[in-house]
Write a protein that binds this ligand. Sequence first.
Ligand code: DGL
Length: 281
Amino acid sequence: MSSVNGAAPVGIFDSGLGGLSVLRAVRAQLPAERLVYVADSRYAPYGQRDDDFIADRTLAICEWLAAQGAKALVVACNTATAQSIALVREKLALPLVGVEPGIKPAALASKSRVAGVLATQVTLRSERFRALVERHAGDLRVLCQPGHGLVEAVERCDVSSPELVALLRAYVQPMLDAGADTLVLGCTHYPFLDAAIRSIVGKRMTLIDTSVAIARQLERVLDQHGLRAPEGGIAECPRFCSTSDGTHLRQLAAALLDIDTAIERVAIPSRRTLELDANAA
Ligand code: DGL
């Protein structure tokens, strides 16, 4: 008989620290759920990796989380979702929730009918993103901007330096000049930059962050599968794992989620990282 039941944890994964923005929303929405978080920080960012690398890592980490007893998985990474969620669905029988840029909420929110999307290069060039825009944008003009350098900044816990603000300004000022009144944060690292973005755009833009919608989607999926944690409990502190030393994960969890806890360093080898690490040795 399968050991997976309501008391088992939900696995959440991102290339690095960005998925913490999703974990924060999941804890608020589903306080009874036990959570295991994996940051693949050793191999982040994914945004400039090739498609096969992202699929290889996504599958390896999802399989690792399943082996840890996870009852459901959240791929808390737009890039990994865009690239590999179909493959993971094929290979793993667990309920799965992915994340994608909030084009639909942007189309509902925008009055000027112009919206900017900040996301990684991989997300923006994916077939899944093209289909999302086609399905939901309607008459909304969508201005796409790859956020080069932003994931790296958050990974070093830089959410406010003058250099970062200058980089963000270079990305969003042209959107403002083109009349955008809405900005889709199409990468789970970017909600941690909301104060920096606000310092540039003030009240001229609505920022679209889908983490709360993802937490609700997870709730629906757990309900559909009869996998909700027993009612009334409050889960212990999430289990945090990193493929690097975890220093920044610990720092960001403390600063932004008010959780100060040890980080487990985990090895999750996969075909591509075995090659990469052998070449580096
Ligand atoms: N948080 C990931 C996302 O949502 C970042 C991807 C990356 O590592 O470049 O796309």
